[in-house]
Structure formats: structure tokens, C-alpha cells
Design a protein around this ligand. Structure first.
Ligand code: ADP
Ligand code: MG
Length: 648
């Protein structure tokens, strides 16, 4: 006698529900040879399905040994058991267990997906099998569009898809009308004649009578075994196809998983859209917020840099004290500017004295700022005149009543007319306009820099502002690399002329720039974090939906495991689904975010588009899918297949 295909030795199965232990099978001993047609008969609740699940490696015995082809399956790992289910066993269930969202062909293809059969071949074979079983017209129908008999034939085709050696049928006719039932039995008989080992489970003696061998089971024990009346010479056990198709490279797997994911997502479109929305909003807000934050930062930095980074700014008042707004801190003098100008590496030291003044031309009055300063201002501030000339040293010495108008002032007083040579009245003193400044634009703090009139220092001090103290000295340096040394030298020079009292402060634009950049970065990070939170919320939405998905599709998962899916296949399937949702949401979010930011830019908000935030947001969405999809997927992958199959 050769090794039986299946040998059960003292098999027992006890279900444990907390304290409660139910023993369903006890001491079952059974040999089944290759090529037999066996019926296992018993009343409802006698343990037939439990036995069948054990035979098909969906379940493990509590006691005893199960030898398949002489090998103890207790030694097999989960992937090897999956391979047995995939390659060796074909299941047929009473309630068909088809995947409701898949067509007949797709249902039949499932076992071959996990065996790694290439798409085309798989498709073709599934259609051939279905046609052979008389379903050639029904290839693209979903289970709900098929009669019970047709559904059962689909499930038979599925059982044959990987050319299983052993067909396990659990009450295959239980839900069918008698004609369909007879058809199914005829099919099983045919399969047996073609050399398959067929094991049918039934409570119906008529059905059982079709088999060559009858095993009766009651209360979990075999009470009668007719034995095999005409033991066929068993065909040498065709070795279980050992290797999966080489084409089952991970890549093909992933492509398949993505297709399955898209199908599953399409099956529940409204829910998918809602889930997507969370991710889309999250990603879009990250993109928009960072574009706005970076835009604001760049705008401020540009304005500051446009003032020149090679500047030192001297202000009156001791460091770290608030300077009163009216400039009453009277500590900075023209002499300080002259001292500073003597320091090495200093190109120019421009004194500035500010006041408010009303300028009149003809009947037009205009309130503006007057700045009394020296000839070097255009150089130091990098601000040339647009027409005419700037104040020179001689004007200063002569106390000349000349003025250079900022663009805003010129436009307000003279419109488009050329004011050069004209006179304006300031404090009832006529000043001749000798030049117009080029347009400078807004200052970093937002003020209009063109709203100003420049006059010579002495003239302004005496006739317009009425004070002798400066509001600031702007110092332009030559070699930026020596900025620190120069700053220190200027500091010492002024300190000396102030008799050692530090009643002034020096700042350089470079460090100011750094400070502002830092503040703006904080602002951007803040915006980004708020947006990231909305992405997180989107991710939680994904996890929520995936958990619902996994629960809803518990039975589908059971079917996939029964037809040979590995734990990793199930894990991959649900993770890919989560990632596909997140990636689609991410892509839409990026597009939406860029469009929105573009709209903001159109309406005048400073926006900076950079690839960084876009990639970051998309990457986060992708990672969100992975992270939040993992938990539900893990849950699905570790379902007990028997329990999963009986879920509704
Ligand atoms: P049959 O298929 O012969 O009708 P089953 O094998 O499905 O019988 O069940 C046999 C017995 O085991 C039944 O009494 C059933 O209630 C019990 N049973 C089946 N599955 C479980 C389970 N997961 N936990 C506890 N009891 C179970
Ligand atoms: Mg049953």
C-alpha cells in the first residue's frame, strides 16, 4: 500500500470560547487515497464542516496528526499551508463564497492571482473553465446576477483554476434546486473520473450515494466507513506543484494589488470620495500654507536686501531701551557721522534727521516726511535720482533752500508735469526742486519710502525741523568680510566722542536680515504645522474607513485565504488600498493646492512655489496611507479564515 494522500491520526478539535470548551471532533482516524471519491455524511452539527476545514488546511487540529502525502502539516509554516490551499485543494462551499464585487471571471481568477499566473493566461484560463461549465454567456456577470446553480459552477471553476488535486465540497448542493444539484454532482463525478480526489460533505444520503465510499460521522466521531469498494490503482501522486510561477515577481504582485484596490474603491465610490476629501484638503492646505509662508518670507527678505546688506545703522538711545517715537533721545550728532566716516572700510556715513512738514505748490498742500541729509544718501541707500540732481555738499554749507522730491510727493503735487526748477513752500520758505528720486517702493515694515522730501542737513535742521540731533546715521561699508571689525571700529569711534557713554546702538542689515528670516521661518513652520494637523486628520479618516472596509470584507478575506492567499498578500492588499486612496488624494491635493495658491497670487498675495513643500505634502499623504493603512491591514491579514468565512 502506498502512502495515502491524506491520513488523519487521532484528530481532535476543541473550540475554546473563554472558559467554554466545545469538543467537536474526537479521535478521528482516516486514510484517503489519491483519486478516491468520498462522501462524508452526518446530521447537522455533527462536525462535518470542522473536519473539512481541517482537511483543507484552513484550520489546525487540537490533537492528533494530519499527514499529507506522508508529511505532518503541523511542521508547515503559514506560507506553506497557503501554498497547499492554493495548489492542492479546491474548495466548494454550500453558500458558494464568491466575492460579490467581482465578476464571474474575476472570481475564478482569484486563486491564480496568488499563484502568480500572468494576467493574460489567467484571464484566458478562467474563461475557458467557465465556458466548459456552461457559463460562457455569463463571464462578466456579478454573483448577484447569477442563479444559485450558476454561482456554484463559478465556485467549481474557481476550485479548478490552479488545477487542484483534491476537491473539497461542503454541502455543494445544499442551497440548490434538485436539477442544479444533480448537475453539480455530475460535474463532481466527471472530475473524479479525470483523476481528482473528491471529498463531498453532505447530510443527504442521496447525494452521498453518488460517491464510491461513504463515511458516516456523528457527534464528531466516525461511526461507519464503507471503505473503498474498488480501490483504483492510485495514480502516482503528482507532486504538489512546488514552485509558484516565476512571474510572481513582487512588481507584478503590486500591479495586481493596485488593480484590486482600484476595483474595491470603485465599488464604494461615495465613501472613497469622502475619504479622498480628507486627504485632498490636508495636502492642499500644506501646499498652500507653505507657499504663502515662504512667499511672505521671501517678500520681506527681498525688501530688506533691496536696502543693501552692506549697511550699518546707528540709532540714538542706549541698547535694549525703547526709543520714544518722537525721537526725543537726543544723543546722535553730526559729529558722530563725521567720526564714523573716518573709520577704515567706511564708504559713506549719511546723517538723517526726520520731521513732518506740509509742502505747498500752488493751491495744493501735501503732508509728508522731510528728511534732512547729506550728499551721500543716494549711494548709501542705493537709491539714485530719476531726474535732476541730489543735494551736494555745497548746498549744505550754503544752507541752500533746495529740495529733492520722492516719487509719491512729486506725483501728488505736480501730477505728470516736470517739477524741476519749480518752487514749493515748506514752513513758508520757498524751496527750489532740484531733483526727483527714482521709485523705491514699500519698506520691509510696509511704509511708502517714496513719500518723502530730502533737503540739505543744515537747511532742514535750521528751517524745517528745528533740532540739532540726528534720527539715524546710515553707514555704508566697502568690504563685507570685515563688516564685524568695521562695526566695532565705528562703535569705538562714536563711543569716544560720547565720552564713553553708550547712548546709541549700531545694527547691521545682515544680522537684521537673519533675524527677520528666522521670524518668518517660525511663521512658515507654524502655518505648515496647522496644515499638517489637517493632513493627520485626513489620515485618521483613512484608517477609520479602512477599518470599516476590513470588517465589511471579512468574508472576502476568508475566501481569499481559502483560495490560497498568503498572509502577506492580504496585508499588501489592504495597505495598497490605503496607499492608493492617499496617493490619489495627495495628487489631487497638490493640484488643488497649487491652483489655489495660483489664485491667491493672481489676487496679489505673495506666493513662493517650491518643489520641497509639494513633495513633502505628497510624501506625507503617501506615508499617511502606509501608516494608517497598516493597522487595519494587519487586522485583516491575521483573521482566522474559518471565522472570516462564516462572517456575514
Ligand atoms: P456540521 O458542518 O456537521 O453541521 P460543524 O462542523 O459546522 O457541523 O459544527 C459542529 C459543532 O461545532 C456545532 O455544534 C457547532 O456549533 C460547533 N462549532 C462550529 N464552529 C465553532 C466555533 N468556532 N466555536 C464553537 N463551536 C463551534
Ligand atoms: Mg456544515
Amino acid at each position: 500500500m502506498s502512502t495515502p494522500l491524506i491520513r488523519l491520526e487521532g484528530i481532535g478539535r476543541t473550540y475554546r470560547n473563554g472558559e467554554l470548551a466545545t469538543t467537536v471532533l474526537r479521535d478521528v482516524n482516516l486514510d484517503i487515497q489519491q483519486g478516491e471519491f468520498v462522501a462524508i455524511m452526518g446530521t447537522s452539527g455533527s462536525g462535518k464542516s470542522t473536519l473539512m476545514n481541517l482537511l483543507g488546511c484552513l484550520d489546525q487540529p487540537s490533537t492528533g496528526r494530519y499527514l499529507f502525502n506522508g508529511e505532518d502539516i503541523a511542521q508547515f509554516g503559514s506560507d506553506e499551508l497557503a501554498r497547499l490551499r492554493r495548489k492542492t485543494f479546491g474548495f466548494i462551499f454550500q453558500s458558494y463564497h464568491l466575492i460579490p464585487s467581482a465578476t464571474a471571471t474575476e472570481n475564478v481568477e482569484v486563486p491564480a492571482i496568488y499563484a502568480g499566473l500572468p494576467r493574460e493566461q489567467r484571464h484566458q484560463r478562467a474563461q475557458e473553465l467557465l465556458t466548459e461549465l456552461g457559463l460562457g454567456e455569463r463571464l462578466n456577470n456579478r454573483p448577484s446576477q447569477l442563479s444559485g446553480g450558476q454561482q456554484q459552477r463559478v465556485s467549481i471553476a474557481r476550485a479548478l483554476m490552479n488545477d487542484a488535486q483534491v476537491i473539497l465540497a461542503d454541502e455543494p448542493t445544499g442551497a440548490l434546486d434538485s436539477q442544479s444539484g444533480r448537475d453539480v454532482l455530475a460535474l463532481l463525478k466527471q472530475l473524479h473520473q479525470r483523476g481528482k480526489t473528491v471529498i463531498v460533505i453532505t447530510h443527504d444520503r442521496d447525494v452521498a450515494s453518488h460517491a464510491d465510499r461513504l463515511i458516516e460521522i456523528r457527534d464528531g466521531q466516525i461511526i461507519h466507513d464503507s471503505g473503498n469498494p474498488a480501490p483504483e490503482q492510485p495514480a502516482p501522486a503528482t507532486p504538489v506543484a512546488d514552485e509558484d510561477h516565476p512571474a510572481s515577481a513582487a512588481l507584478a504582485d503590486t500591479g495586481e494589488a493596485v488593480r484590486m484596490a482600484l476595483r474595491a474603491l470603485k465599488a464604494n465610490l461615495f465613501r472613497t470620495v469622502l475619504t479622498l476629501l480628507g486627504i485632498v484638503i490636508g495636502v492642499a492646505s500644506v501646499v498652500v500654507m507653505l507657499a504663502v509662508g515662504n512667499g511672505a518670507r521671501q517678500e520681506v527678505l527681498d525688501r530688506i536686501s533691496s536696502m543693501g546688506t552692506n549697511l550699518l545703522l546707528v540709532r540714538p538711545g542706549a541698547p535694549n531701551t525703547r526709543r520714544s517715537q518722537d525721537g526725543s533721545t537726543n544723543t546722535l550728532t553730526v559729529q558722530d557721522a563725521e567720526q564714523a566716516a573716518l573709520v577704515d572700510n567706511v564708504v559713506a556715513a549719511v546723517p538723517e534727521m526726520n520731521g513732518r512738514v506740509t509742502v505747498r505748490s500752488g493751491n495744493t498742500d501735501y503732508q509728508t516726511q522731510v528728511t534732512a541729509t547729506s550728499a551721500d544718501l543716494p549711494i548709501a541707500r542705493d537709491w539714485p535720482v530719476a531726474s535732476g540732481v541730489f543735494i551736494n555738499d555745497e548746498d549744505d554749507q550754503r544752507y541752500a533752500a533746495v529740495a529733492v522730491l520722492g516719487r509719491t510727493v512729486a506725483t501728488n503735487l505736480f501730477g505728470n508735469a516736470d517739477p524741476i526748477g519749480e518752487y514749493v513752500l515748506m514752513n513758508n520758505v520757498p524751496f527750489q526742486v532740484i531733483g526727483i528720486m527714482s521709485e523705491k517702493g514699500a519698506a520691509p515694515w510696509g511704509a511708502d519710502q517714496d513719500d518723502v522730501v530730502f533737503v540739505p542737513l543744515n537747511t532742514g535742521s535750521l528751517r524745517l525741523i528745528g533740532q540739532r540731533y540726528l534720527n539715524s546715521i546710515t553707514i555704508m561699508i566697502d568690504d563685507l568680510r570685515q563688516a564685524d571689525a568695521t562695526q566695532e571700529a565705528v562703535f569705538q569711534a562714536i563711543l569716544q566722542s560720547h565720552a564713553g557713554v553708550e547712548d546709541f546702538q549700531i545694527r547691521n542689515m545682515a544680522s537684521l536680515l537673519e533675524n527677520v528670516a528666522q521670524t518668518q521661518n517660525t511663521f512658515t513652520v507654524l502655518l505648515g504645522s496647522i496644515a499638517a494637523i489637517s493632513l493627520l486628520v485626513g489620515g485618521i479618516g483613512v484608517m477609520n474607513i479602512m477599518l470599516v472596509n476590513v470588517t465589511e470584507r471579512t468574508r472576502e478575506t476568508g475566501i481569499r485565504v481559502a483560495t490560497g492567499a498568503r498572509t502577506s498578500n492580504i496585508l499588501q492588499q489592504f495597505i495598497v488600498e490605503a496607499v492608493v486612496v492617499s496617493a490619489i488624494g495627495g495628487a489631487l491635493g497638490v493640484i488643488g493646492g497649487l491652483a489655489f495658491a495660483g489664485g491667491l497670487q493672481f489676487f496679489g498675495t505673495a506666493i513662493q512655489f517650491t518643489t520641497g513643500p509639494v513633495l513633502l505634502a505628497f510624501g506625507c499623504a503617501f506615508a499617511t496611507g502606509l501608516i494608517f493603512g497598516y493597522m487595519p491591514a494587519h487586522k485583516a491579514a491575521h483573521l482566522d479564515p474559518v471565522v472570516a468565512l462564516s462572517a456575514d
